[in-house]
Design a protein around this ligand. Structure first.
Ligand SMILES: Cc1cc2nc3c(=O)[nH]c(=O)nc-3n(C[C@H](O)[C@H](O)[C@H](O)COP(=O)(O)O)c2cc1C
Ligand SMILES: C=C(O[C@@H]1CC(C(=O)O)=C[C@@H](OP(=O)(O)O)[C@H]1O)C(=O)O
Length: 401
């Protein structure tokens, strides 16, 4: 079993993470994690905080001479805003003292966690809710999941993503989006080629004309003092068949991948393959015909199922789509109520992203990678990387591959 924990407030001193249960001897250097931390800041439409943070991981344990030890990996990422913002975070987020003189925040933003969090934990100041519900936490999530990505890469499994819609400008894909992706990307057709090409676009899209239209659309939203959501597609290539299972609800990998997406702040739906469109189509236009192959490898003419049937991988690339709602902090005020007075009052704006769909797509890559690594280790296991690899190779040979 692998697991990870994150801790930290958005405007506190730092984020902390612990990854536990990874096999020993996985090659891993801080650069393997920092690459994805930098990618998380990609994308047109992010706000003032993007100019403050320079995320780099500090590793305290679990790695020696650039290899995992099998022991817990402890990590820290500093919050640049803690010292660089003029807001006085060391006082506002102080561990000691009684907070005297710190003004409470009492005007909840519709769509953020503010009100629900105050109701749940009985706060009269929503600062703790703002700070822990913030997607700042995803920096440490990406760091933790990057350990899983390093493991997958050594086994030929790549995870990548690209943005398919921001607000009204989007890619209403043809029947099998993955086929279209294959045509759009250069290189070896792996999910790594997908993410590397997407990273070259300001909106992480694979289509240059759409990138331009999206940039204009984000500018329009900004001028209208509004915010935007969108959609993206996460793809994993090189995934062996047989991960997950149909035998029990909590072993189904489709459900676990949906949780991986919806666990990310502001992600409101996850779709496996062409799931949403499939619901309105006859079976003959949905199910992927099975073709003869080598051993027990059976290629498919299409991949509308997104590589999953019966909650189990079928050897085709995994395709999972995420749907993000618009950012809740708008420059344009929304109706709200001051919880200190009970009086109606419009929301206030300090700073925020206009859209964070490109960033969310990179976080989704990370959480999908973690879920796949978890399923891989469940099936094949191993205390060391070489054990795990040998188990996978033995299985491949047994299946005539
Ligand atoms: C990468 C990323 C960046 C975000 N940036 C902001 C932001 O700048 N302002 C904001 O109000 N919400 C932002 N959000 C969304 C909030 O974190 C999210 O709406 C909030 O935690 C409430 O959770 P829920 O939307 O899942 O209900 C961001 C989300 C992600 C994934
Ligand atoms: C800090 C990050 O994203 C933040 C997520 C976020 C929110 O409410 O979710 C609000 C903003 O923070 P602030 O209010 O300090 O400007 C974003 O910048 C990050 O992605 O690292």
């Amino acid at each position: 079993m692998i697991r990870y924990l994150t801790a930290g407030e958005s405007h506190g001193e730092a984020l902390i993470g612990i990854v536990e249960g990874m096999p020993a001897h996985i090659p891993l250097a801080p650069a393997d994690i920092n690459e994805h931390l930098a990618r998380r800041w990609l994308g047109y439409g992010r706000g003032g905080r993007s100019k403050i943070e320079n995320d780099k991981v500090h590793i305290y344990s679990g790695i020696r001479f650039e290899k995992t030890l099998g022991s817990p990996i402890a990590m820290r990422i500093d919050n640049g805003a803690y010292k660089k913002d003029k807001a006085g975070w060391p006082q506002k987020m102080a561990i000691e003292g009684d907070g005297e003189g710190v003004e409470p925040v009492t005007l909840p933003r519709p769509g953020h966690a503010d009100l629900a969090g105050m109701q749940k934990y009985n706060f009269d100041d929503m600062r703790p809710v703002i700070d822990r519900s913030s997607a700042r936490e995803t920096a440490m999530r990406v760091a933790c999941c990057s350990v899983a990505r390093a493991l997958l890469r050594r086994l030929g499994i790549e995870v990548g993503s690209h943005v398919t819609r921001i607000g009204e400008v989007g890619w209403d894909g043809p029947d099998a989006w993955y086929d279209r992706v294959e045509l759009l990307i250069e290189g070896d057709g792996s999910a790594r080629a997908v993410y590397e090409q997407a990273d070259d676009s300001a909106t992480r899209m694979l289509d240059d004309a759409m990138t331009e239209r999206c940039i204009e659309h984000i500018e329009e939203a900004k001028a209208n003092r509004d915010s935007l959501g969108g959609t993206y597609e996460v793809i994993a290539t090189g995934v062996p068949p047989g991960l997950g299972s149909y035998v029990h609800w909590d072993r189904r990998l489709d459900g676990r991948l949906a949780q991986a997406i919806c666990s990310i702040q502001a992600q409101k739906a996850a779709e496996i393959g062409d799931g949403v469109r499939s619901a309105g189509r006859p079976g003959s236009k949905v199910h992927d015909p099975i073709l003869p192959g080598e051993g027990d490898e059976y290629p498919r003419r299409t991949n509308r199922a997104g590589g999953l049937e019966g909650g189990t991988t079928n050897g085709m690339p995994i395709v999972v789509r995420g749907y993000m709602k618009p950012i809740p902090t708008l420059i344009k005020p929304l109706d709200s109520v001051d919880t200190a007075t009970g009086e109606a009052q419009p929301t206030r704006y300090e700073r925020s992203d206009i859209t964070s769909v490109p960033a969310a797509s990179t976080v989704a890559e990370a959480t999908v990678a973690w879920t796949l690594a978890e399923a891989l280790l469940e099936k094949y296991g191993g205390d060391t990387f070489d054990d795990l690899k040998a188990h996978i190779e033995h299985d491949r040979a047994a299946r005539g591959q």
